[in-house]
Design a protein around this ligand. Structure first.
Ligand code: HEM
Ligand code: HEM
Length: 190
């Protein structure tokens, strides 16, 4: 099934979840490597990769939220303690905020600083804003600070998913891995 139901994620949301997760790994690796690399063609390649993958993550996040809005959102297990349900919702909300805020701050830092943003090597997106170096430094600070929030929230998110799978032994991780695998016990607790 491509769309979500009240009980499970459809293949589109599952595909987007893991595609974005994979791109984030590429993004973090490129970010760490490019700031340590010596100036030269390899460093330029990493910067271009980082800027492009970041903007692609932003576009995929918009598509993902649009699809989520147009589809039912599967319920959490009925026997989940309320504080864990709240923690899951807050963590997911923050992840969505960060999927927007990181690319936007990265873009504004780069473009306001007068550096190139060659999206898909076709569009020079830095031309959308005029250079403002002091403002650019604020967005640099925001970009690098939000990263720490991402590390924290991602660690909580992954720990939560593993807790569901290994400790509670429910179907929450399984339903994010497949839109068809049987889910036991039944999602509605019946
Ligand atoms: C999901 C989106 C993004 C993530 C997760 C991300 C992550 C990172 C990471 C891990 C670093 C290295 C930080 C360090 O250790 O020094 C970094 C730096 C940087 N990012 Fe991003 N980034 C994202 C999007 C973008 C975008 C869209 C742009 C520009 C169009 C961008 C521009 C930069 C620049 C120029 C730096 C270098 C900062 C410096 O000079 O230290 N980022 N980012
Ligand atoms: C690395 C980047 C990741 C990002 C940005 C991310 C983001 C998200 C977001 C925003 C949701 C909420 C979905 C919604 O309500 O629309 C979600 C759900 C989920 N994520 Fe991740 N995730 C990532 C990695 C992971 C990893 C590594 C795991 C497993 C270890 C995981 C397991 C899950 C599970 C099981 C759900 C479904 C929760 C449910 O069914 O209610 N995620 N993820």
């Amino acid at each position: 099934m491509t769309g979500n139901s009240a009980e499970r994620w459809g293949s589109v949301q599952i595909g987007l979840h893991w595609l974005i997760a994979g791109l984030l790994v590429v993004q973090l690796l490129a970010g760490w490597l490019m700031t340590d690399a010596s100036p030269g063609p390899f460093q330029n390649f990493l910067y271009t990769l980082h800027k492009n993958v970041g903007l692609i993550v932003l576009i995929l996040a918009v598509i993902r939220l649009g699809w989520r809005w147009a589809n039912p959102v599967p319920e959490l297990p009925v026997d989940l303690p309320p504080w864990q349900a709240t923690a899951a919702r807050v963590t997911h909300g923050l992840l969505y905020v960060l999927l927007f805020a990181l690319p936007v701050t990265g873009f504004l830092y780069t473009a306001l600083g007068g550096f190139p943003v060659p999206f898909l090597l076709i569009w020079d997106l830095e031309k959308l804003v005029s250079v403002d170096k002091p403002l650019s430094q604020w967005f640099k600070l925001a970009h690098l600070s939000l990263l720490w929030l991402l590390y924290l929230v991602l660690a909580l998110h992954i720990a939560g998913a593993l807790q569901h799978h290994l400790v509670r032994k429910d179907w929450v991780l399984r339903r994010m891995l497949s839109s068809r695998a049987p889910l036991t016990p039944h999602p509605a607790g019946r």
